[in-house]
Design a protein around this ligand. Structure first.
Ligand SMILES: NC(=O)N[C@@H](O)C(=O)O
Ligand code: NI
Length: 168
């Protein structure tokens, strides 16, 4: 089995745009509300879950940490809905996505998501299941509940991708 090392890149809106949204107060529309006592960082991500009669649900994921080398053997996607992860534990986490190549995931791209920044995978975007780092970490997750199969998983048939260092 071939193993290909991949490097971790900094997460930017531009680099992540083909795969979804970066969820951050940086650059967000800021509204001062509640008589000036509260800042509202407005409309941070596009929640796309209505396909096939779906509805948005809010969950909490408590992820076990991964340590390098992280081996990427498979990817998954949710054909019927977007999926948002927002970190609650003040730690970075690893985000791995891939372009679609004729219905299969292509070579993955790895991003380091800094503390206080999340991602919203666009509907039908190949991504690796949650990869927490350093310690058990909690995430607020917004995704879809509803009829139909919303999970497609694909193992890379003859290659593994390896992340040796998580710092970009
Ligand atoms: N299966 C599930 O709810 N989680 C995955 O979709 C994931 O991206 O972690
Ligand atoms: Ni997922």
């Amino acid at each position: 089995m071939r193993t290909i090392p991949i490097t971790v890149r900094p997460l930017t809106e531009q680099a992540f745009a083909p795969f979804g949204d970066v969820v951050s107060v940086e650059g967000a529309e800021r509204r001062l509300i509640n008589n000036g006592s509260t800042e509202r960082f407005h409309d941070l991500a596009g929640i796309d879950v209505s396909e096939g009669g779906g509805r948005a649900i809010v969950s909490l994921f408590r992820g076990q940490p991964f340590a390098p080398p992280v081996v990427v053997a498979m990817m998954e996607r949710h054909p019927l809905g977007s999926q948002l992860f927002y970190p609650l534990s003040g730690r970075p986490f690893l985000v791995v996505v891939a372009p679609d190549e004729a219905g299969r995931p292509g070579e993955p791209l790895a991003f380091l998501c800094p503390p206080g920044t999340g991602v919203n995978y666009a509907r039908n975007t190949w991504h690796h299941p949650l990869l927490s780092l350093e310690a058990v970490s909690d995430f607020l997750v917004i995704d879809r509940e509803g009829p139909g199969n919303n999970l497609e998983e694909r193992e890379y048939p003859d290659v593994r991708y390896r992340i040796d260092a998580v710092a970009p």
